[in-house]
Design a binder for this molecule. Structure first.
Ligand SMILES: Nc1ncnc2c1ncn2[C@@H]1O[C@H](COP(=O)(O)OP(=O)(O)OP(=O)(O)O)[C@@H](O)[C@H]1O
Length: 549
């Protein structure tokens, strides 16, 4: 436990209490010991009693910095779970976080460029265009070709603030693993470790530029998604220069309606973009909150998304991708037994699970969702059902899927806002069916084989030797397994014998004690005590050594 994490823990607690967040929890949910602990922190008073609860939460998260702002952004996407006041305040965390001074921004940009801004850019605007969790964005024009660009510069000291929070999260995860009954299932330290990797990569804007260029290239001819061009020659670790886009924020429903946007197509394209990135490209934008998504003003009837901020991206292993696709398809086909089998095969749930009970639980969760438009699905209830089933069947959290699950939440929340009649499943099904066909059909297998043909040809001469070696290895392995089994059985036999003798010795000693209470049974008592000693010693000596297993 480091001093840093303790200090940060205190800061988080103090800020939350000074904004009176403790008062937002209904009294009946506060146990007595927590109420007493709160009373002990008497000097941390609510300093903003007049503010609404949504504003208090926003200001707390904003004060605490990047990691907390990101959490607020995530909450803000679930308008179906928030009241208007909370939704309005939390959505400001997407791009209206208080900016830092333009002088500091200039200084940092020039430090990164190694020359005055005016050498490379015209019309640099000192008033930031937007300011978000980790950075601030200023507009300018490239001197070389007069292109409108934006300069995204990291916030001062953002690395330190993120480090402190990650350390605190690691500490809490370790405590959680010791104290929570569900710890082994929640994989807290692994999830935090994954988050650490992700967030630190986001702080390297050069990586963000590379991610953006990769997604831009894979959607080069797409009508669904446009990613602005990155000027890598001017980009550095703390500075990203890219084409300035002029779209309508995806949450500005009034402006989208005014330009006659085809909302149905827009929502369907959101689903298409998500599945294309996950399954075709295996490289997905994993920070798709509304502040990072715009809609082009050019062809409202054939609407195109514009995506920015590719700092957080995800990809899956081939096996996870395949299991996921099969899971989705089984869900679309109402084949709940298949979902249960897939969970067991992939190891996401124990092989000892009662498959019939598991299937019944999955049916209960999935049936209310099947074939329904988003508007008819209660997301909150689905989430509660999912948590309940996960706990009941001891489903282990898969850290590698957390980013994807977060992205799916964003996509679902977005679809709900844009076009609540969207049938997410009907839109996704043909896409996944085609993808599966491309993975497992005869043609796909032939293609994969032909791709690997030179490699296979190369290894062909080594084959007989490899086959022979493997057979020998297999036989040795079987012998070893048999030996291990024999040793284990012999260990168990010795252990039972030793327990029996020690037990017998115990019984005899009790009998000896009882007999010794009377003078006329003193001799049998001595005999029994001696026998007990012999059996005890024998039992002790026959105890097998631990390393004999
Ligand atoms: N290429 C661009 N053209 C126009 N505006 C942009 C561009 N890039 C960013 N912005 C504006 O700047 C805001 C913040 O940018 P960005 O999301 O990249 O920053 P961030 O600090 O990484 O944000 P987040 O909190 O989402 O991680 C965006 O919401 C958008 O309003």
């Amino acid at each position: 436990m480091s001093v840093n994490s303790l200090r940060r823990g205190y800061q988080v607690l103090a800020t939350s209490l000074r904004y009176g967040l403790d008062k937002l929890i209904p009294k009946q949910y506060i146990p007595w010991w927590l109420a007493m602990a709160r009373a002990c922190l008497f000097w941390l008073k609510d300093q903003h009693p007049d503010l609404g609860s949504g504003e208090k939460v926003k200001l707390t998260l904003q004060t605490l910095g990047a990691v907390h702002i990101k959490f607020g952004q995530m909450l803000s996407t679930r308008r179906d779970l928030l009241n208007d006041e909370w939704a309005m305040h939390l959505s400001q965390l997407q791009d209206q976080v208080p900016p830092f001074s333009s002088e500091i921004a200039r200084q940092h940009i020039e430090q990164q460029l190694g020359c005055p801004i005016e050498h490379l850019f015209d019309e640099f605007d000192d008033t930031p265009l937007a300011s978000a969790s980790i950075s601030q964005v200023h507009t300018a024009r490239l001197k070389s070709n007069s292109e409108a660009v934006v300069l995204k510069i990291l916030r001062p000291n953002v690395e330190q603030s993120v480090s402190a929070d990650v350390e605190l999260m690691q500490l809490l995860a370790r405590w959680g693993e010791r104290l929570l009954a569900d710890a082994h299932r929640l994989q807290l330290t692994a999830v935090v470790e994954d988050y650490k990797q992700t967030i630190f990569k986001e702080l390297d804007l050069r990586l963000e530029g590379e991610n953006a260029t990769r997604i831009r290239n894979s959607f080069a001819d797409s009508k669904a998604l446009y990613i602005p061009k990155v000027y890598s020659e001017f980009s550095r670790t703390r500075l990203l220069v890219m084409e300035r886009i002029d779209g309508i924020p995806v949450t500005d429903i009034d402006a989208l309606t005014a330009q006659g946007t085809n909302f149905k197509l827009l929502a369907e394209r959101g689903v298409e973009v998500f599945f294309t990135q996950v399954f075709r490209d295996n490289f997905f934008h994993a920070d798709m909150h509304p502040g990072n998504i715009f809609v082009s003003k050019v062809t409202p009837n054939d609407p195109q998304y514009i995506g920015i901020d590719c700092g957080i991206v995800g990809s899956l292993s081939e096996a996870d991708k395949r299991y996921l696709a099969e899971n989705f398809l089984a869900f679309f086909n109402h084949d709940y037994k298949k979902i249960a089998q897939l969970y067991i095969r992939s190891g996401w749930v124990s092989a000892q699970t009662d498959i019939d009970a598991f299937e019944a639980a999955i049916t209960e969760v999935c049936r209310p969702l099947a074939d329904k438009p988003l508007a008819e699905i209660s997301f909150g209830l689905v989430l509660l059902d999912l948590f309940r089933t996960a706990r009941q069947f001891d489903i282990v959290v898969q850290p590698q899927l957390v980013l994807l699950q977060k992205t799916l939440l964003y996509v679902e929340g977005l679809g709900r806002q844009l076009y609540p009649q969207l049938d997410l499943w009907a839109t996704a099904k043909p896409f996944l069916e085609n993808w599966m066909k491309s993975q497992i059909g005869v043609k796909a297998t032939a293609e994969k084989l032909s791709e690997r043909f030179p490699e296979i040809l190369d290894k062909l001469p080594e084959m007989p030797e490899l086959i022979y070696d493997n057979l020998v290895m297999g036989r040795n392995l079987l012998n070893q397994q048999q030996k291990l089994l024999d040793r284990y059985l012999s260990y168990k036999r010795k252990q039972h014998k030793s327990y029996f003798l020690l037990g017998l010795s115990g019984v005899l000693v009790i009998c000896a004690c009882v007999l010794s209470l009377r003078n006329d049974t003193l001799v049998p008592a001595i005999i029994l005590a001696t026998a007990s000693g012999i059996f005890g010693l024998w039992g002790w000596l026959s105890k097998p050594a631990q390393d004999n297993i």
